[in-house]
Design a protein around this ligand. Sequence first.
Ligand code: GYE
Length: 344
Amino acid sequence: MKKRFLSTFALAGVAALTMAGCTTETGTTTDDSTGESTEETTTEAGGGDEAASDVITVGFAQTGAESGWRSANTESMQAAFSEENGFELIFNAADNDPAAQISAVRNFINQGVDAIVIAPVVEDGWDDVLQEAASAEIPVILEDRTVSASEDLYSSWVGLDFEAEGVKAGEWAAEQYGDTETKMVVLEGTTGSAPANDRAAGFSSAIEGTMIETIDSQTGDFTRDGGKSVMEGYIANYGVDGIDLVFAHNDDMGLGAIEAIEAAGAVPGEDIKIITIDAVKDGMQALVDGKINYIVECNPLLGDQAADLVKKVLAGEEVDKAYYVEDQAFDQAAAAEVIDSRPY
Ligand code: GYE
């Protein structure tokens, strides 16, 4: 697979259609099989039948609203799939429930949307519904997370190299702490999600052969509350003195861990070192404040690339199967330099 690095702002040039008026509807749909309800918002481009026929209707199946990263990603997607850019966006957030997300995609197929965009909660379980979209001749573009299904079942994907993020975080840990006995606990992202799987694999490979020992690893579901309560459990089991390092698969769980460490009377960033991934505002602030020690970036601003891909695919243009956006990494000094100019 060819890796192509895109700058986040490079692909913004989609033609803007001028349209008067727009309506926003928010409704709740209930998944018959699970009884789960998810929120759906439709933003419609107005301006009469003529304009409406040019409008591209896109169903976007978002994971949920678990983190600061996710909020920034949702905003980026909503801004790019706007009516000014020629789209009618049907937005669904599945509250991180894989079954609810699959049924949202089925609803999009039944509604006969022009294209479907998915940020898949988990990697597995997509074959059937992607096949159904293919049979209905509705192209699917993936953003952010990947799936294990055959790449013939979707048109393209744009996102980040999660394994490389894990490697970057692990290499820094190895360099800083690898020569002394270091007891590490891990706060994993959502079980079965591509970033949780790949970040864990990347980090583990980078610390192999060092004196960093993983004493426990559990999921905090990418949320602040999850990170806090898993960290409370670790502290109860091992004591603050029994833990040297936390590797959190995202900033929010690291921020939750900070609360747990402080509540136990210890100093985050000193008594217990913390490495996270994302580099959202709150995470970067904690890094500048010395409560987090290192952050590997994961860029959430994927909306313009995703919208560009939808237009290209619908126009029958050739696209690659995968577009990787490049990430950076920050220590305290680097974070202090850029924090004020960060867009998220
Ligand atoms: O790191 C985390 C979010 O899929 C890359 O999901 C994304 C991850 C991100 O909840 O904060």
